[in-house]
Design a protein around this ligand. Sequence first.
Ligand code: PEP
Ligand code: MN
Length: 319
Amino acid sequence: MIISLQKNLSAADRRALGPELARLLPGGNLRRVRSGLAVSVPGRKAADLVPLLENLAGVAGVSLSETELFPLACAGLKKYSTPLDFGKGPVFIAGPCAVEEEGSYLASALALKAAGAHALRAALFKPRSSPYAFQGLGWPGLKIIARAKKLTGLPLVTEATDTRQVGRLSAVCDILQIGARNMRNYELLKETGRSGRAVLLKRAMRATLREWLLSAEYLLKHGAKKLILCERGDSVFSSDSPGLDFGLMREAGKLTGFPVLADPSHASRNRELAKALALKALRSGADGLLIEAAVSPCAAKMDGRQTITVETFREITGK
Ligand code: PEP
Ligand code: MN
C-alpha cells in the first residue's frame, strides 16, 4: 500500500499525522518512498483501511498493489485450477448465441464437436437490451442441452443471469458464464462462487483490469475453484479498431495465471470480421476462443449475423 501525502506538508502536519498512522497501522513498518509512504498490509485488511487512511488530514490518496487488491486472483493457478485442458493448444468453446430449438442445436453441437470444439455454448437465459427481444428458452431448454451433452460428451457453458438460476443450472452445466453485463452483479458473483461450479468470467465493456479481476476475486472468495477469464471487447472491430483489448487480455493472464479466452463474436457483430478477429486473437496470445458458431446461422433469432458457420469454425481450429 502506498500512502501519498499532500504536497507542501508542514513539519507540524507531519508530526500530527504520525500517531494517526500508528493507530490505524499498528506495527506497520512504514517506509519512505518517492511517492509517499509504503506499508505492506495483508490483502483482506487493506480494503477496510483505505477509506480510513484517506480521511486523515495530510493524506492525498492511498493506492493498493495488485496482491493487496485481489490476492486470490493473483494466486491464480498456484491455488486454483481451470476446467478445460489448456495444455494442448487453444481451447474452443463454440455454439449458437442461444439455444433456440432442439433439432438445430443438436445438429450444431455434433458438427462443432467434429470440427474441433472442446465445449459447447449452451445459453438458456439471455440478457437483452430490448425487453421485446428473444430472452432465451429458459428452463424448457435444459433437457435440450442435457441431450447435447450426452450426445457429444462435451462440457456445457451456460450463462446465469440471476442468482435463482445458479443451483439448477449447475446441476447440468459444467461451466457457469458470467456475461459482460453481469460482471458487476456482485450478488450473482457470490452465488455463482458458492455453487462450486467452474466459472467463465467475461470482462464488461469498458471495465478496467482492476474491476475485472476484482470480480474474479468475488468468485474465488465465495468458493469458486476453477476459473477462465474472457476478453469481450469495448468497441466494434473494424480495420482501424482492434475491437478486443489484447494488451489487457495478456495482462490479466500474466497477473493471475488463469487462461484468458477471447470472444470475437460480440466485438465484431459480423461473421466475416469474427473470423478475422478470432485469428488475430489467437496470434495475440488468447488461450482460446468463446465463439458463436452454428450449422445455419442465417436462421438464428439472435446474433446470427455474427455467428460463423461450422466450415469457418473448422478453418479456425485447423481440424
Ligand atoms: C454471450 O457470450 O452469450 C453474451 C451474451 O455476451 P456478452 O455477455 O459479452 O454480451
Ligand atoms: Mn450473442
